[in-house]
Design a protein around this ligand. Structure first.
Ligand SMILES: Cc1cc2nc3c(=O)[nH]c(=O)nc-3n(C[C@H](O)[C@H](O)[C@H](O)COP(=O)(O)O)c2cc1C
Length: 260
């Protein structure tokens, strides 16, 4: 089956699909309608179908019902900028867990993050329950102790204070196969999408950097997170309901930019 199907009546031969294809998979036929170059390496990004203003093109490898209306103007720019400035790393959580549909909404948003060559290899493992997260933090502390990493955190743990996962009732980690092309970047972008989505829903999130290092370097942590053999964790977030609301956004260092 051809990579694309074109409705001859609807197609206006405007060439938009040809211009947006990232891999030059489409070429005009004698009449100016797009046809797929059989030699091309389509990455299934779906842009050809998504961009056609006339609904004239079908990408045959992508499910029709997977295409949803694009709403790029759904959020005012100033609202998005305000959200991005106001998002904070939350380090004090209520112990109650989030409902599964709430977590699914976060994961669904992260699913739409860009990935290198549209590989879409990011997988998520979500740990739930304040006690389960605390047990995981304990495994991270074991690793820290064995490697003399962050002695302050070990000292606090020994005094009964858990600062690895900050008492969050959930941890979500993003992982890819180790041989993924740019899996680490894909995971970081996906987690960034999730963190912003959480902020937009009034939820708390915080990057779990120490957990990420431990998951890479201490097999018991990767095991407790259910990471399959051959995969590597590249991003991790604590998640839950924040105990406190921030009233201010703190300052940042001045912008460093070179205008060339
Ligand atoms: C890659 C990465 C790893 C981080 N790891 C941790 C962590 O393990 N624990 C923690 O409390 N905060 C962690 N943070 C949060 C940063 O400390 C935080 O982003 C920074 O202090 C700025 O605060 P803000 O996020 O509220 O703007 C991490 C942030 C990033 C981007």
């Amino acid at each position: 089956m051809s990579l694309i199907q074109v409705d001859e009546v609807l197609c206006r031969k405007d060439g938009i699909c040809i211009r947006v294809c990232p891999k030059q998979c489409l070429v005009p036929d004698a009449e100016g309608r797009p046809v797929a170059d059989p030699e091309s390496a389509c990455i299934d990004c779906g842009h050809c179908e998504a961009v056609c203003p006339h609904g004239a093109l079908r990408h045959t490898r992508l499910a029709t019902d997977g295409f949803v209306p694009a709403r790029i103007d759904a959020v005012a720019p100033e609202a998005l900028a305000a959200l991005m400035r106001s998002r904070r790393s939350v380090r004090a959580y209520k112990p109650d867990t989030l409902d599964r549909p709430v977590l699914e909404t976060l994961l669904e948003t992260a699913r739409y993050a860009p990935t290198g060559v549209n590989a879409q290899q990011v997988c998520w493992n979500v740990l739930s329950g304040a006690q389960a997260c605390r047990d995981l933090a304990g495994l991270v502390v074991d690793w820290m102790r064995a490697n003399n990493v962050m002695p302050l955190y070990i000292e606090l743990w020994d005094k009964g204070q858990e600062v690895v996962l900050r008492g969050a009732p959930h941890v979500a980690v993003a992982h890819t196969p180790k041989d993924a092309l740019i899996g680490s970047v894909d995971c970081v972008i996906a987690a960034t999408y999730m963190e912003l989505a959480a902020a937009s829903m009034g939820l708390g999130a915080c990057w779990a950097g120490i957990l990420m290092f431990a998951a890479k370097n201490h097999p018991p942590v990767a095991k407790a997170l259910g990471i399959p053999e051959g995969n590597e964790v590249h991003a991790g977030l604590m998640l839950g309901r924040p105990q406190f609301r921030y009233t201010l956004a703190p300052p940042r260092k001045p912008l460093r930019v070179a205008w060339l």
